[in-house]
Design a protein around this ligand. Structure first.
Ligand SMILES: COC(=O)c1ccc(CCNc2nc3cc4nc(N)[nH]c(=O)c4cc3[nH]2)cc1
Length: 372
């Protein structure tokens, strides 16, 4: 039986090269998790997601509890079977999505009561119910039930919100059912305030988790404040456990966070942007709706191994987008997920070679070139 275990192979400054072992397989870190919110990485078949090199995907408690329902997925064999993904799955715990999507939310010490954004039906989430839902889904990595502190927040507001999340972290840990190869991650809160972040990190370490997420970021604070918060938070986290920065981000966000000791990421950007004709390349983003591509026979990105770059021209991708053909978002999504996985692969290689700072500078210089 696989035990949930993080191995660290090398460090380069604060950056780490590692591997996380779970019941459904191993994840090489630093890793990017494609977002599979409603039991699908939108516009991609699971075998295509695996072909990009992605080893773990993210699912959402909030969306799946509303539709099709956690008990239904459990009856059908769990989320891995349901979505035909045999690798590790991490599920977010629902608090963030409730606050960003649900209607008529009432938050109290016990949890959150809300109306579904689909049909207005009433629902409730608490640390205990969130742990039960993530167990029913069969998540390899369960996230503690927390409140993502809104931005901006005063120090007092951030402190109250963080301390609620810490009380919920205790209840999450108590309700989590330990199983071999399955882990529970705590989530650090505290807004952009270093002292609150330190208090939150200490509280979570005292409770004891299999991994530590940095939450409450990528909420509009900007890259500078995000990096400053990481500088104040990550050094306080145990070195022998994975660190996960939730909801991040653009390539430059990911590179900067890896340099600060983050091991795991998730973001809707590559998938959502792929559906709006935005392609990520090493020379920055490319808007394929732009007429400048209509006669361009070149691939989107030289050297990229994805189907879009191997078999099609920019002119064809532009045509698909303009024609609103379904193949357009499919190919661009695949490319973007491939581009993110290639970035993580390059970061892992650079850390292993002790040259991650040089790699970061080269990547920033390439991105600054802009597309040609
Ligand atoms: C095209 O790209 C986009 O539309 C797009 C939208 C949102 C984000 C930011 C997502 N940010 C974010 N996700 C998050 C998820 C979180 N989950 C929990 N449990 N706790 C948190 O504290 C938390 C913070 C987050 N911050 C990034 C990109």
């Amino acid at each position: 039986m696989t035990s949930f275990r993080y191995e660290r192979f090398a460090t380069d400054g604060a950056a780490r090269l590692g591997r996380l072992h779970t019941a459904h397989g191993a994840i090489d870190t630093p890793a990017f998790m494609p977002v599979g919110t409603a039991a699908t990485v939108k516009a991609m078949q699971p075998e295509s997601v695996a072909a990009t090199g992605a080893q773990i995907v993210l699912g959402n408690t909030y969306h799946l509890m509303l539709r099709p329902g956690a008990e239904r997925i459990d009856r059908l064999g769990g989320l891995h079977r349901f979505m035909n993904w045999s690798g590790p799955i991490l599920t977010d715990s629902g608090g963030f999505q409730v606050m960003s999507l649900a209607k008529l939310r009432k938050l109290d010490e016990n949890g959150v009561t809300f109306q579904s954004h689909h049909d207005g039906s009433s629902h409730h989430l608490s640390p205990e119910r969130s742990m039960e839902i993530q167990r029913l889904l069969g998540a390899d990595i369960t996230m503690a039930f927390d409140e993502c502190t809104p931005f901006p927040a005063t120090p007092a507001q951030a402190a109250d919100s963080m301390r609620l999340s810490m009380r919920w972290a205790v209840r999450s840990k108590a309700a989590f059912v330990e199983r071999p190869g399955h882990g529970l991650f705590g989530i650090v809160q505290g807004g952009i305030y270093s002292d609150l972040r330190a208090e939150s990190a200490r509280a979570l370490i005292d409770i004891g988790f299999d991994g530590y997420a940095v939450g409450g970021l990528a909420v509009g604070e900007g890259q500078e404040a995000m990096f400053a918060t990481l500088d104040a938070t990550v050094p306080l986290l145990p070195e022998d456990r994975p660190r996960y920065l939730m909801g991040v981000g653009r390539p430059s966000d990911i590179v900067g966070a890896v340099l600060r000791g983050i091991d795991m990421f998730d973001c809707v950007m590559p998938t959502r942007s792929g559906r709006t004709a935005q392609a990520f390349t090493r020379r920055g983003t490319v808007n394929l709706r732009n007429a400048r591509h209509q006669d361009d026979p070149r691939p989107l990105e030289e050297g990229c191994a994805c189907p879009a770059c191997r078999s099609y021209s920019r002119a064809y991708l532009h045509h698909l987008i303009r024609s609103e053909e379904i193949l357009g978002p499919m190919l661009l999504t695949w490319h973007n997920i491939q581009a993110y996985q290639d970035l993580m692969r390059d970061l892992r290689a650079a850390i292993g070679a002790g040259r991650v700072a040089a790699f970061a500078a080269e990547a920033a210089a390439r991105e600054a070139l802009g597309d040609i």
